[in-house]
Design a protein around this ligand. Sequence first.
Ligand SMILES: Nc1nc2c(ncn2[C@@H]2O[C@H](COP(=O)(O)OP(=O)(O)OP(=O)(O)O)[C@@H](O)[C@H]2O)c(=O)[nH]1
Ligand SMILES: [Mg+2]
Length: 355
Amino acid sequence: MSFSIGIVGLPNVGKSTLFKALTKKKIDIAAYPFTTIHPNVGVVIVPDERLEKIAEIIKPEKVTPTVIEFIDIAGLVKGAHKGEGLGNQFLAHIRNCDAILEVVRTFNDPEVENVLGEINPEKEIEIIKVELLMKDLETLENLIKKLEKDAKSSSKIALKKIGIFEKIKASVSEGKLIADLDLTEEEKSEIQEYQFLTAKPKVLVLNINQKNVEFKGENFIPLNLKIEEEISELNPSELKELEISSSLDQLILKCYDILDLITFYTIAGGKETRAWTVMKGSRAPEAGGKVHSDFEGKFIKAEVISWDKLIEAGSRLEGRGSPGAAWPRTRELGWLKIVGKDHVVEDGDVIEFKI
Ligand SMILES: Nc1nc2c(ncn2[C@@H]2O[C@H](COP(=O)(O)OP(=O)(O)OP(=O)(O)O)[C@@H](O)[C@H]2O)c(=O)[nH]1
Ligand SMILES: [Mg+2]
């Protein structure tokens, strides 16, 4: 299971255009609101120079990058939480995503209907924010009601839960995003399973068509999505000739980053060099579980080396040796670490699991 990013925004802001550019997949893009009735799910390769460098040293038969999923969600409108537009359906799609990529329109084009009637990024952001907050408020109220109705509502556990939900509800009703609240680790783990919409990490993309964008906000990525879509249809030599490049790789990496994800590698004895994704802070057995579901339970130990040390060992072979020869070389050099269940995986670890 890969991590997923839901592309969210008002209708006709360029969400499907971005999705298409990301996935290079032909999908229905038209100058009408609600082009996207069914969510489109696309798998996108996470760009990774380290993987390429490892593959140069190992020379495997196969190189497999890690991926994240992007989900093209239909446009949200004011009142979505009350079921306006295709409201509740969209909000349910957002709930299933690990993070939100919000697209805001700052491009002017009389050919493309603007549901807001004006270019106003701050207002767009506010509309989306209110819809997500209202939905979370509704979820919280339902949870509290259910707990109170429950015969065991006087139990310690139920009372504690109600207390946490009430506290969060008070902040949400004041317009605060759950992601911005100062919650304890216990409170965070208590609410995790409910996948609150405003608790998700978020990346903001301004879809621009002019250089200077008037926007009073911070932490956003300005992109010309129409141009990104055109770029996505060109091959590398055409891009070189035209001296243009895409900014989507940075966007993909930004999404990876806000999800707190890191990459580790396996080399399968030289057969396949592969990148994998885990949450920062994951331990070795959990990483093993990504590679093979059996590995998590049967994990005994693993051999680990940082990717750059593997490259260094490989470069000392000066082209000698069979595919994967760099790995035993690291052992000879005494650079391989043997780790147990408690090893916290580091970004860039190359791991061989022993079960
Ligand atoms: N001029 C211009 N047009 C754009 C830009 N980005 C998207 N469009 C056009 O705007 C129209 C709508 O774009 P979509 O990507 O389908 O919009 P959407 O956000 O997916 O819309 P819904 O699915 O209806 O919510 C299409 O005709 C796009 O070609 C842009 O940067 N500049
Ligand atoms: Mg769309």
